[in-house]
Write a new protein. Structure first.
Length: 277
């Protein structure tokens, strides 16, 4: 039976020595779809450079992969074991470049390190990178593919639970009503202001939140999750900064985890034309 669903792309990034692990990750994603996609309204697509890219000339190999595959990823799963990979001209390996580019966009990154199976000089590089990642956030180590399957199954569900469909919210901005105490608001002609879509979304969700607040916390190490109006938002750090710098929100605690809408913030939201209830 046909049903509507939001598609999320999950990129599997790794050197060439973990093919079994890559298949394991793909299998978990496919099984998740069988079990959850209809009820959740979400479908996950495993992205692999070997299946989602084509032979092209004219640019760095990694740059082609970044453009054809990585830019479409919503979640990235990185896997290392015996090898770090080949240098790209910008980073120590293609996998590391993919991880850094994806993470710089504020998107979730899940990193897994397997037990080395044989001795080679790259193992030292892998261990050095693993220690570097430990200083930046949370990583996971696995003994074999069975252990990886169990870990990733749990972690995938947690990440999907936290994903917010920005594209759907952006599409609905022109017709979705928002509410300010004592007023009913609606967006007019899709022209709200010069602020970007993520800032609009966060402002709208805060207005609709019963307390007019958001909560900021860390998720999987350095991943920041912003919660408001019963939703979780990844990659909205810049939107949060813009709202605070504009004095549309203010800190509501000493730790900077809770923010409240200011009167100016409500006034900004009021740029959406007021309509009669």
């Amino acid at each position: 039976m046909p049903y509507e669903a939001i598609v999320y792309n999950v990129m599997i990034a790794s050197p060439s020595d973990v093919e079994e692990e890559r298949r394991t990750i793909s299998d978990v994603i496919i099984k998740w779809n069988y079990t959850h996609s209809m009820n959740s309204g979400k479908v996950l697509i495993p992205l692999r450079w070997e299946t989602h890219s084509a032979p092209l000339l004219g640019s760095r190999t990694q740059e082609i992969v970044n453009e054809m595959v990585l830019k479409h990823a919503d979640v990235l799963v990185g896997i290392f074991k015996d090898r770090l990979g080949s240098p790209t001209g910008k980073e120590a390996s293609g996998t590391i470049e993919e991880i850094n580019v994806h993470h710089s966009l504020g998107k979730p990154v899940l990193l897994y390190f397997g037990e080395p199976t044989w001795s080679k000089e790259q193992i030292a590089s892998v261990n050095a990178y693993k220690e570097e990642c430990k200083n930046k956030g949370l990583i996971w180590e696995y003994k074999d593919c069975h252990a990886l399957k169990e870990l990733f199954t749990d972690h995938l569900q947690l990440v999907i639970n936290g994903l917010t469909d920005v594209k759907q919210k952006t599409r609905s901005l022109e017709i979705r009503p928002i509410r300010i105490p004592g007023e009913s608001l609606a967006i007019v002609d899709g022209d709200v202001s010069a602020i970007d879509e993520k800032t609009k979304i966060l402002l709208i969700e805060m207005v609709q939140d019963p307390k007019g607040q958001i909560c900021v916390s860390k998720y999987f190490g350095q991943q920041v999750v912003i919660e408001t109006n019963n939703g979780k938002y990844f990659g909205f750090e810049e939107a949060l900064i813009k709202l605070e710098r504009s004095s549309w929100i203010r800190k509501a605690d000493d730790e900077g985890r809770i923010f409240s809408l200011t009167e100016l913030g409500y006034q900004e939201a009021a740029k959406f034309k007021t309509v009669e209830e």
